[in-house]
Design a binder for this molecule. Structure first.
Ligand SMILES: [Zn+2]
Length: 236
């Protein structure tokens, strides 16, 4: 059976002498693994299709439960990400989050579109903002939406010290809220991201990144080492 699908390479590992196994985030079939054969031989046509970040239309052949890439037509290699350390690590964090939030045969089209547009924006810089925006929408995709409006309990406008509920994903005032302490700058950054507005401060954006990572780890019960690394580099 042949499958044709747009896909982004999330991971790539060596396999046998000259093959690679790629983990693809596809539009139609969720996440799946596929072999790319002969890519380490000189002049291999499909070498590009076995690189992380490659976004292409893949043609896959399935035999029992194994997929092999038979051809690929490149949309974007995001090559320029490798020229900047911060952008590269941020890109790796985006791939890691996609990998951990997806499985085979799910509808991952929304996440694929989000990841590809985030990588494109990332080529223009502004790593902290792009990563925070990606995380907010990836969390929503995964069923863990974040809210930053008035206090959900008393309805007051939120100012000063407040709390963020790591279970429910909402900011609340410090009087009625439970959860971890959060600063106003974190709240304003998350609110701006949700509203599609400019983030008012870099400090707030970085604090928001840390909070979103904690929230993501708690709900998925997974570690995100590449995300941690990207945040550390952005903080420098
Ligand atoms: Zn309140």
């Amino acid at each position: 059976m042949e499958k044709k699908t747009d896909a982004l390479v999330l991971k790539s590992t060596d396999y046998r002498e000259s093959d690679r196994i790629v983990t693809l985030l596809t539009a139609e079939y969720g996440k799946l693994g596929a072999a790319v054969k002969g890519v380490k031989k000189a002049g291999a046509k499909l070498r590009f299709a076995a690189q992380p970040f490659c976004f292409a239309e893949y043609v896959l052949v399935q035999k029992s439960d194994r997929h092999t890439v038979v051809s690929a037509s490149l949309h974007n290699s995001f090559f320029s990400l490798s020229e900047d350390l911060g952008a590269y690590y941020t890109g790796c964090a985006i791939l890691e989050v996609c990998d951990k939030l997806t499985y085979e045969n799910m509808d991952a089209r929304k996440l694929l579109v989000l990841a590809v547009s985030s990588l494109k924006e990332l080529e223009e810089g502004r790593e902290a903002e792009q990563l925070a925006r990606f995380l907010i929408f990836a969390l929503d995709f995964a069923g863990y939406p974040v809210r930053a409006e008035k206090c959900p309990f008393c309805g007051r406008e939120l100012k000063g010290r407040m709390r963020f509920d790591l279970d429910g994903g909402a900011f609340a005032c410090s009087e009625c809220g439970k959860g971890v302490p959060a600063s106003e700058s974190t709240y304003l950054a998350v609110r701006a991201l949700l509203r599609g507005e400019e983030i008012p401060s870099r400090d707030g954006c970085i604090r928001a990144l840390r909070l979103l990572k904690t929230f993501l780890s708690k709900h998925t019960e997974l570690d995100f080492p590449a995300l941690q690394e990207a945040i550390s580099i952005i903080e420098e």
